[in-house]
Design a protein around this ligand. Structure first.
Ligand SMILES: [Zn+2]
Length: 214
């Protein structure tokens, strides 16, 4: 009896070792071709994601995911009808960009039976080289008050590449949030966009960070 039980256990463990691990469904945020899993609000990166994605992008996501705004959006997009493909591109001029999707996607925004696909481009190289003060990406969407005001302690500012990538995640996911509600560009002039931006920038610790150039 005991031997039979041991044999059974051995067979079971053998079977477990050979059966392939179930693949998580391709939904929500997809990085390096795999969905990002979140446990208690913290991203759990796969080996492939750790290997192929910069630390700044991963740490930036972890920071944004800790904010109320980030938590809310991550939960909202964690659905079978959403795929957000996140790619890193060192040639991108800004820290990040979320291009407006095809008109078909915009039109199906309220339809749960239709798959909605969005793209988020991040440039961690630009986050590495941005200075500690001044514009985060010159000529693009992020700026904050002149250095003098920062020196007087009027505002927090992103100091590390991970801080800047957290800003990029927050900013671009805000655009995708509006796309997913059927709202086409331009977004920056909208009061609801600016209110949401002010909220998340404050939650990240950068209350005076501007996001206002189209
Ligand atoms: Zn923007």
């Amino acid at each position: 009896m005991k031997l039979a039980l041991l044999m059974l256990l051995a067979m079971m463990s053998g079977a477990r070792a050979t059966s392939p691990a179930p693949r998580p469904p391709m939904k929500g945020l997809i990085l390096a071709g795999e969905p990002i899993l979140f446990v208690n609000g913290a991203p759990q990166f796969s080996r492939e994601q750790l290997r192929r994605v910069s630390a700044a992008t991963r740490e930036g996501l972890a920071k944004w995911a800790q904010t109320d705004h980030g938590r809310h959006l991550i939960a909202r997009f964690n659905r079978d009808d959403y795929q957000i493909f996140v790619v890193e591109d060192g040639d991108e001029r800004a820290l990040g960009r979320a291009p407006q999707p095809a008109i078909g996607t915009m039109v199906s925004s309220g339809d749960r039976s239709k798959l909605k696909i969005y793209r988020l481009v991040l440039n961690p190289a630009s986050a590495e080289v941005s200075g500690a003060t001044g514009e985060i990406a010159r000529g693009n969407v992020f700026s904050w008050p002149p250095t003098g005001e920062i020196a007087r302690g009027s505002t927090g500012e992103p100091r590390t590449a991970a801080d800047r990538m957290a800003v990029a995640w927050a900013a671009e996911m805000l655009h995708i949030d509006l796309y997913s509600r059927g709202i086409v560009l331009p977004h920056h002039g909208r009061a609801d966009f600016q209110r949401a931006w002010r909220d998340v920038a404050t939650q990240l610790g950068f209350p005076n960070l501007e996001h206002d150039h189209e």
